[in-house]
Write a protein that binds this ligand. Structure first.
Ligand code: CA
Ligand code: CA
Length: 394
C-alpha cells in the first residue's frame, strides 16, 4: 500500500472493497499500517465481508498477505482526525450563558470550565473530553462575584445565576512558560467548543486564538481579537480530535480568556440552513439561542424551516386545520435528521401520540429545500369537546 496514504494522522478504519464482488468468507486479510504518535507498526485484521462505501482515499494493491487478488481499500474517516471549523463570533450574549428563568445553558450544555472566586476553577466537563490543561497560565480575578455585575461578566453556574464574576486565565510572555492549551476529545465526533474572552479591566488588550492539530501542528484556524473586547466575545468552533489552542498576545502586556464551553454539534444540515440567513452582527447562532427574539429558538426554527433571523417568521403551519377533512399542513427542511411526530390533545395539557396521523404525513411540495407536509389527524374520541394537534420534532 502506498506510504502516503498511511501517513495520515490517526488510526484509520479500513474497509475492504472487492471490485469483482468476490467474497472470501473463510479468509481474513492481514494488513500492516502505521499508528499515529510513535509511528510504530501494528497489524489489523479485517473481515472480508466488511463492505462499506464511504468517501475517502482509495488505495490499490496486487496482493495483501496470503491472498493474491486485485483488491482495493477505502480509508474512512480517521478515528482521531483533528478538525476545527469556525462557527461564530457572538458579541451579544456576553456573560448571559445561562437562562435565569430555567437554568438551561445557551453555551456549555455538555460542560464548561470557568474561574470562580478564590482562584479555583469551576468545571463540569463532558466525558468525551480527555484533556484540557491550562496549568501554565496565570489565574486572575478582575472583579469578584457581586461587584457591579456588568453583563459582560460571566454568570456563576449556580442559582440564582444573577451573580457574576470577571475572572479567568492570562498569559504573560516572560513570566509564563507556555501559551498553549491541549484539548483532546476521546471520540471521533464533532463537538462545539466556545471560548469566552473579555478584557475586564482595560480596553487595550489584543490577542489571537490559534487552533493547531496536535499531531502535525498544522494550523486549523485562527481568530483575532483586536482591542477592545471589554464587553466580552464568544468564539465558537466545530472541533474534533487532538488540538493545541494557543492564546497569542498581540496588544498590551498579557492575554485574557475566561473559560471553555462545550456543546453537542447539531450537525451540518443545521449550519447549512443557518448560512442562508443574514444574522445581525454578533448574533448568537447556537440552537439554544433565540437570535431574533420571536420566542422560538434557532433550533426550533431550523426544525420547521422558519427564518431564525426574522421575528416575523415564527409560524410553520401553512394550511390551517380543516375540521371536515381533518387535515393541516406544515413546513420542514429536507434532510433535517429529525423525526416529526403528531400528537393530539383534548385540553392542551395531556398529549397523546397519534400514530395514524404520524404515518399519514405526506410531502405535498418541495421548494428550495423546504417540504410542505400534509397531515391527516385521527378522529377525536367519542364525547370529546375539543381536539388540538401539534407536530413534535425530535
Ligand atoms: Ca427565533
Ligand atoms: Ca424567526
Amino acid at each position: 500500500m502506498p506510504d502516503t496514504a498511511l501517513e495520515r494522522p490517526g488510526s484509520c478504519r479500513i474497509n475492504l472493497w472487492d471490485p469483482k464482488r468476490i467474497t472470501y468468507p473463510e479468509h481474513r486479510f492481514t494488513l500492516i499500517y502505521k499508528l499515529r504518535e510513535n509511528h510504530s507498526l501494528s497489524q489489523g485484521t479485517i473481515p472480508s465481508v466488511h463492505h462499506q462505501f464511504k468517501p475517502g482515499i482509495i488505495m490499490k494493491t496486487t496482493h495483501i498477505a496470503t491472498i493474491a487478488a486485485m483488491v482495493a481499500f477505502t480509508v474512512c474517516e480517521s478515528a482521531t482526525a483533528s478538525t476545527a471549523t469556525f462557527i461564530q463570533r457572538d458579541t451579544r450574549t456576553q456573560g448571559n450563558w445561562i437562562r435565569i428563568s430555567s437554568g438551561a445553558k445557551i453555551y456549555g450544555s455538555d460542560g464548561y470550565i470557568m474561574m470562580g472566586d478564590e482562584y479555583m476553577p469551576i468545571s463540569e466537563l463532558p466525558a468525551y473530553l480527555t484533556t484540557l490543561d491550562m496549568s501554565t497560565f496565570g489565574k486572575y480575578i478582575w472583579r469578584y462575584p457581586g461587584t457591579g455585575n456588568p453583563p459582560c461578566d460571566l454568570q456563576l453556574p449556580f442559582p440564582p445565576y444573577t451573580t457574576r464574576i470577571a475572572s479567568g486565565w492570562y498569559y504573560w510572555p516572560g513570566i509564563h512558560t507556555s501559551n498553549a492549551i491541549r484539548v483532546t476529545f476521546s471520540d471521533a465526533q464533532p463537538h462545539l467548543m466556545a471560548i469566552y474572552c473579555q478584557d475586564a479591566d482595560s480596553d487595550v488588550r489584543g490577542e489571537s486564538i490559534q487552533i493547531l492539530d496536535a499531531t502535525t501542528e498544522a494550523q486549523l484556524d485562527i481568530q483575532h481579537l483586536p482591542p477592545p473586547f471589554t464587553d466580552g466575545v464568544w468564539l465558537q468552533w466545530r472541533v474534533s480530535g487532538d488540538l493545541i489552542i494557543k492564546v497569542i498576545l498581540t496588544d498590551a502586556v498579557n492575554t485574557a480568556h475566561m473559560g471553555f464551553f462545550f456543546d453537542a454539534d447539531p450537525g451540518a444540515s443545521y449550519w447549512n440552513w443557518l448560512a442562508r440567513f443574514p444574522f445581525p452582527e454578533g448574533a448568537n447562532r447556537m440552537p439554544t439561542a433565540d437570535a431574533d427574539n420571536d420566542g422560538l429558538s434557532n433550533g426550533d426554527e431550523f426544525a420547521f424551516a422558519l427564518n431564525p433571523a426574522s421575528a416575523g417568521s415564527c409560524n410553520p403551519i401553512t394550511g390551517a386545520f380543516d375540521s371536515s377533512s381533518r387535515k393541516f399542513s406544515y413546513r420542514r427542511p429536507v434532510g433535517s435528521g429529525l423525526d416529526y411526530v403528531i400528537a393530539t390533545s383534548e385540553n392542551l395539557v395531556s398529549w397523546n401520540i397519534d400514530a395514524v396521523a404520524t404515518a399519514s404525513q405526506a410531502i405535498k411540495e418541495v421548494i428550495d429545500g423546504v417540504q410542505t407536509v400534509e397531515v391527516t389527524v385521527s378522529a377525536p374520541a367519542p364525547g370529546a369537546h375539543a381536539q388540538f394537534a401539534r407536530v413534535e420534532a425530535r
